[in-house]
Design a protein around this ligand. Structure first.
Ligand SMILES: [Fe+2]
Ligand SMILES: [Fe+2]
Length: 406
């Protein structure tokens, strides 16, 4: 194991940066550099976690990918190294074992600074052999500016006094980056430039890391670009992005929102004749109302195409496409998000009620649904169109729901 950790034999101060690094990003690098600078450590050793005990159920990228990305990320900093110490250990990895192993590789007087998020200080007491751990290394508790410093300092000095430990607080400039945010961006085809080093970005791309398995949204986008009109394609992109914003706002699944947003109008630009032909082949019933307004069928047909043509298996995504025009009673959160994203995406032309719908969509999904269904139904009645029974059911449902709430 010793030869895996570079250049620490003669070091007096060594910082240790643990993490899953799934993927490693500029936030990790900035924290490590700030600690090196402040505590004048000779090295910072990044240790990608093997199987950490507190994250048993997460699906980590392959160990080798995380290791290689870490090596790529630190390559230009002469003070940084990456160790395989945890990756090469079988079973669950505990910090106390890692630090013990590390100490065997360096000068016996060397001081080790283990970097930890200030939020995790309280958790130390649940770590394996925490008393011994507090005795064999120092800790740097990093915080972002604005963190309640006085409370933290008080807590740290109490722990230090009680356990004779050395925990130091350190404020590091805020870099609002997280690995989960980066994975989320990749799944929804958003840019990760300037969040991770260029080499890491290229590596993620090369091996298609963090893509959702069920469907490749890039392929869906390419296909839609070919079959939709230019304006419809722009609208579709707008809906997908608006749906992601809403999903983030409501802590919902952004990948599903993005995919359903992309696909919601996939059947819209077929001619009336083609729509009828496709409905016949997918056994979609054309009722009297749809017969008179054949365009309405694009959402039901779109749902069938999602399954047959775009390989979507997720029922919620399929239903979000299916009910994005009519709505229905008891819609799922994703169904409401797609319905509303379709109404409020930024390319929509200004009309009465648009700004209010936008505001309500980010305040209360049910109120937004009620308001928009009323608006749409009134608009269609004024135009002499028949109203689909699903929309009437939906309006009654949301009316009852929002009245009950009040
Ligand atoms: Fe539509
Ligand atoms: Fe649409």
């Amino acid at each position: 194991m010793k030869d895996n950790i570079l250049n620490i034999e003669n070091c007096k101060k060594i910082a240790v940066m643990g993490g899953t690094f799934d993927p490693i990003h500029y936030g990790h690098l900035a924290v490590a550099e700030a600690v090196r600078d402040e505590f004048e450590t000779d090295r910072v050793i990044f240790i990608p976690a093997g199987k950490p005990p507190h994250k048993k159920n997460i699906n980590l990228a392959n160990n080798e990918h995380r290791y290689i990305m870490s090596v790529l990320a630190i390559s230009s900093n002469p003070y940084f190294d990456v160790s395989r110490i945890e990756l090469d250990r079988d079973g669950i990895t505990y910090t106390v074992d890692t630090i013990t192993e590390l100490k065997q590789c360096c000068d016996k007087d060397a001081e080790i600074f283990f970097i930890i998020g200030a939020d995790a200080i309280n958790e130390i007491f649940s770590w394996k052999d925490f008393r011994r751990l507090l005795g064999i290394c120092s800790f740097v508790a990093v915080t972002r500016p604005g963190y309640k410093k006085t409370k933290l300092r008080k807590m740290i000095s109490e722990i230090n006094e009680k356990f004779d430990s050395k925990i130091y607080p350190l404020e590091v400039p805020a870099l609002a980056i997280s690995s989960s945010q980066i994975r989320d961006k990749i799944k929804t085809n958003s840019s990760i430039k300037y969040l991770v080093p260029d080499d890491v970005e290229a590596y993620i791309k090369k091996y298609s890391l963090y893509k959702y398995d069920e469907a490749n949204t890039e392929q869906i986008s390419c296909k839609l670009k070919k079959i939709l009109t230019r304006n419809r394609f722009i609208h579709t992109q707008g809906v997908a992005k608006e749906a992601v914003r809403l999903a983030r706002h409501y802590n919902s699944d952004t990948y599903k929102a993005y995919t359903a947003g992309l696909l919601h109008d996939c059947a819209k630009d077929y001619s009336a004749e083609e729509k009828r032909r496709l409905c016949a082949s997918y056994k979609i019933k054309i009722d009297d109302i749809i017969e008179k307004q054949i365009d309405l069928v694009h959402s039901f047909l779109g749902a069938a195409l999602c399954k047959k043509e775009y390989g979507i298996k997720d029922k919620d995504i399929i239903n979000a496409v299916k009910y994005h025009t009519t709505g229905r009673a008891d819609m799922s959160e994703l169904e409401k998000i797609i319905y509303l994203a379709d109404c409020i995406e930024p390319n929509r032309k200004q009309h009465d009620g648009l700004e209010k719908t936008r505001h309500l969509a980010y305040t209360d999904l049910n109120l937004a649904m009620k308001y928009n269904l009323e608006l749409t139904i009134k608009h269609n009645e004024n135009k002499g169109r028949m109203i689909h029974p699903l929309s009437i059911e939906a309006l009654n449902y949301f009316k009852n729901l929002t009245e009950e709430d009040n």
